[in-house]
Design a protein around this ligand. Structure first.
Ligand code: PLP
Length: 592
């Protein structure tokens, strides 16, 4: 049902009816039970060991490919900061990645400031993005501090500023890279980010002009890297293969133009993550090893064919490194089906005959007649609703109809286990229940809202119990704050009694991009972060960063908190004032 093998990338598995961490066999529910006290709203559980293992995986696959194809140069990785720039993450990443000489990639001035200060010593920094003179000066200063900074030229204009600053700071001239526009296009949502129409990179004629300009200005000895990035989440390997071949040919040609220092190709990011938990809707058609083999083989092959030696390889994978390390745990506040129970029926002296008929169906439904009764009750409901619209039945009749039909559908869903797949999906869609979750979809899953990115969503324990199809609604007052039941990417949760138990839903693969893309819609802000350190023996809560307070959020919007408090002082007694102060100091999420 959850097909965890498809998307967990071997970081999680199911055992004893619970979802567990592969590294140490700890159940996520056990971690939750230890940390959930005193936390309001959603919790981001962060597992640095997963980042570490993803890094190991990329290096082991590329090193294996390098051995297999007798590749003579090195493999290097750079982390693109735009995937997660929070200090908790960057500080952890610095420690985890040190042994691989892992560098950082910056796409803006602010990111470069982070890279300059948080990069491991002697590790490369690569600077992408459009740059003005101030940005290029920052690149020079970065190189002054760290001798391995490369400016990637995205636009011919940038060379003019590089020339100008190289005269002013001849001892701090960074390495130079050029981003090329490939004619090969990516696929999927980001396909516009490469190819002739792409926003970034130099066309062939601009590349030729750039090289002659660098030669003329004596900067060609700094020109080390050719760069491309065909887009994020490349699900199909074919366009990548074409791009690598095209890049190999461009590299060989440029190398032949006396670009003597040029020795590296940066293939950007884009390695995809499987988000689908439906085995029939797998989206990624390659493994990490296949990706590595193709890059190494095709680059070597196309470049050697032109009589040129292969280059060092740089990769800028972000999503692949971080997606699995964050698990979002969200408390359920309400389950709407609880309004439909048989004791809620309002008895009347005379029911409309069709309501009596529904009551009969509900009491007499069995495995044998379930299908027929199902069809009948839907027909009766349609007729009853029409009668209501025409004024022939009253609100009590309508309420009784809704209760009975919902109860009948739930019974059918249990009885009809062996019906054809398609009918089952329709039935699940009809009986789906709506769960109100204490989170904001806009803050915690912005890519669901923005690009309909799917995330695996499931309970954390009792996975062998009967589960029911579910829709999820968040606590923002925006009707887009909903994940509707979708038969291609279904969500299944428990039928629970929230008056007895609390219940958390796990949302997986939320570790890439979501936190920094987060929106403050309705002023729901950053939830609580908990860093969990795992070793073979167990786990340790390493750090808890409480959710942003309402006062932090208002401050971000330039409200004057002191003025708000003063307004309180003028109007309220001590008890009320203390309450208002406490509210300002707590998070905007609800107490579940
Ligand atoms: C976004 C980006 C990346 C990271 O892409 P992923 O799909 O997360 O691996 C790498 N390089 C550049 C230039 C980017 O813009």
């Amino acid at each position: 049902m959850h097909n965890i093998n498809h998307w967990s990338s071997n970081h999680f598995y199911i055992d004893d009816s619970k979802i567990k961490i592969k590294h140490n066999n700890v159940a996520i529910i056990d971690i939750l039970n230890e940390v959930k006290k005193d936390i309001k709203g959603p919790i981001n559980l962060k597992f640095p060991h997963i980042v570490s293992s993803s890094i190991d995986r990329i290096f082991s696959c590329f090193n294996q490919a390098i051995n297999k194809f007798d590749y003579s140069k090195s493999f290097n990785a750079i982390f693109p900061l735009k995937v997660n720039q929070f200090s908790n993450f960057v500080s952890e990443f610095k420690k985890l990645s040190k042994k691989y000489n892992y560098g950082l990639e910056a796409g803006s001035k602010a990111e470069l400031i982070i890279a300059m200060n948080y990069n491991n010593e002697d590790c490369p920094i690569i600077v992408n993005g459009f740059k003005d003179e101030e940005f290029i000066r920052l690149c020079f200063l970065s190189h002054k501090m760290n001798k391995k900074t490369t400016i990637i030229i995205e636009d011919l204009q940038e060379i003019k500023n590089i020339i100008k600053l190289s005269q002013e700071m001849p001892k701090s001239i960074p390495f130079i890279g050029i981003r090329v526009k490939l004619h090969t296009s990516g696929i999927g949502i980001w396909k516009e980010s490469s190819g002739i129409d792409s926003k970034f990179g130099l066309t062939s004629i601009e590349l030729l002009e750039a090289i002659s300009l660098l030669k003329k200005e004596n900067l060609i000895q700094y020109f080390k890297i050719l760069h491309f990035h065909i887009g994020s989440q490349i699900e199909d390997i074919k366009p990548l293969n074409k791009a690598i071949k095209e890049m190999g040919n461009i590299y060989a040609q440029v190398k032949k133009m006396d670009s003597n220092a040029l020795d590296s190709v940066d293939i950007g990011g884009g390695m995809a993550v499987e988000y689908s938990h439906n085995p029939k809707k797998i989206s990624v058609n390659y493994s990490t090893q296949e990706f590595a083999n193709n890059v190494v083989f095709l680059l070597k092959d196309s470049i050697n064919n032109q009589g040129i030696e292969e280059p060092h390889i740089y990769i800028e994978s972000g999503r692949f490194i971080t997606a699995h390390h964050n698990v979002l745990l969200v408390p359920v506040l309400e389950l709407y089906s609880q309004t439909y129970s048989i004791d809620k029926i309002i008895n009347k002296e005379n029911n409309p005959p069709l309501v009596d008929e529904l009551d009969f169906i509900y009491k007499n439904i069995s495995k044998k007649n379930a299908k027929e009764f199902l069809h009948d009750s839907i027909m009766h409901m349609d007729n009853l609703l029409t009668l209501f619209d025409l004024g022939y039945i009253d609100l009590i009749d309508k309420a009784n109809t809704e209760i009975l039909v919902n109860l009948i559908l739930s019974k059918c869903a249990k009885l009809l286990r062996n019906i054809p797949e398609e009918e089952k999906e329709d039935l699940q869609n009809m009986v789906k229940d709506r769960y109100l979750l204490n989170f904001s979809l806009f803050n915690s899953l912005p890519d669901y809202w923005g690009i309909k990115q799917k995330f695996p969503i499931m309970p954390l324990e009792n996975l062998d119990d009967d589960l029911r199809s579910a829709s999820i609604v968040d606590i923002t007052c925006d009707s887009d704050g909903e994940i509707r039941f979708n038969k291609d990417f279904p969500i299944y949760l428990h039928e629970i009694d929230l008056s007895k138990d609390n219940y958390f839903v796990g949302i997986f693969l939320t570790g890439a991009y979501q936190e920094i893309l987060a929106m403050k819609h309705n002023l729901f802000d950053k939830p609580t972060d908990v860093i969990i350190e795992c070793d073979r023996a167990g786990f340790k809560v390493k750090k808890i960063t409480q959710a942003n307070k309402i006062s932090d959020t208002l401050d971000f919007l330039d409200f004057d908190i002191e003025e708000i408090k003063k307004g309180y002082l003028d109007n309220f007694n001590k008890k009320d004032y203390d309450f208002l102060n406490m509210t300002l100091n707590s998070s905007n999420y609800l107490s579940s």
